[in-house]
Ligand binder design. Structure first.
Ligand code: NAD
Length: 284
């Protein structure tokens, strides 16, 4: 069996253009376009690329993006003051503080300072708690994108065995909560998990967010399983690859996501969706 490819680029374009249609309709009704404030601290090249892609997506969605590019010497107090200003700015619907932040700044403190209604990354404990309590509002973008891709397979997730590899706050943990919400039976694995390969072998759905190239071997995949590879790893030759051994896994899986062109673009599309939803909630 060769897996069907879940094309994140295509699905993300569909989502952004559906958002665009709704933005145009609201603007025609006299509302202002949604606005996303993007805050970049320091000069990490990977972060600069992510921020550039997010701003480009804003253009495609018909949003205004407001850029704050700040030096790596910025203090925590200065960043908290900016967040506070953006929280109170009626022209701003979404606040995105690009992570990671320089080491003098406490990341959690900054995330908690964002008004949960403008927390379009879905990282604030309020939004995370809503997801855990089955009342999701602004959902963390990457796992949200994973769920949209799973939906595209048309496979009913109810009662399926889902294995999530990785338990980080931005990928594995919320992906586990999303799958639980979809009524799958969820196992969240991490660096201390024993007999990981056996768990993956039994899984109908595998979500990998580990950060180790080709970590999940193709022969671990149950025939017909859905494989969602969240990993984005740069190899010494400069090429990107996922956490799953793609060529061997695709011989066994029913569906699989490529890297690049899988979950990456979906994360940005869900950021656009969240910003639109935040804007509608703030300006009904
Ligand atoms: P992280 O380092 O915060 O978390 C990695 C997780 O993997 C941890 O829970 C750790 O316990 C687990 N892990 C490490 N070694 C393991 C092992 N041997 N066996 C089982 N579990 C193990 O990373 P993260 O921020 O969650 O990112 C994970 C990957 O996803 C990275 O490649 C990152 O680039 C990628 N990522 C992609 C997107 C996207 O938009 N597609 C978004 C965020 C992160």
């Amino acid at each position: 069996m060769t897996a069907q490819l879940l094309d994140g680029k295509l699905i993300s374009e569909e989502i952004i253009s559906a958002v665009r249609t709704r933005v145009d309709a609201r603007v025609a009704d006299g509302h202002r376009a949604p606005a996303l404030a993007v805050v970049l601290v320091g000069d990490d090249p990977a972060s600069a690329v992510y921020v550039r892609n997010k701003k480009k997506a804003c253009e495609r969605a018909g949003f205004r993006s407001i850029s704050h590019e700040l030096p790596s010497s910025l203090t925590e107090a200065e960043l908290l003051a900016l967040v506070e200003r953006l929280n109170h700015d009626p022209e701003v619907d979404g606040i995105l503080v690009q992570l990671p932040l320089p080491k003098q700044i406490d990341q959690e403190r900054v995330i908690e300072a964002i008004d949960p209604r403008k927390d379009v990354d879905g990282f604030h404990p309020y939004n995370f708690g809503r997801l855990a309590l089955r009342m999701p509002l602004l959902r963390p973008c990457t796992p949200y994108g994973v769920m949209v891709m799973l939906e595209k397979t048309g496979v009913d997730l109810v009662g399926k065995d889902a294995v999530v590899i990785g338990a980080s706050n931005i990928v594995g943990r919320p992906a586990g909560l999303e799958l639980l919400q979809a009524r799958s039976t969820v196992t969240i694995c991490h660096s201390r998990t024993v007999a990981l390969a056996d768990k993956v072998r039994a899984a109908d759905v595998v979500v990998a967010g580990v950060g180790i190239p080709n970590f999940v071997k193709g022969d671990w995949i149950k025939p017909g399983a859905i494989v969602i590879d969240v990993g984005i790893n740069r190899l010494p030759d400069g090429k990107l690859c996922g956490d799953v051994e793609f060529e061997t896994a695709r011989q066994r899986a029913g569906w699989i996501t490529p890297v690049p062109g899988g979950v990456g673009p979906m994360t940005i599309a869900m950021l656009m969706q969240n910003t639109f939803d935040a804007s509608v909630n703030l300006n009904p």
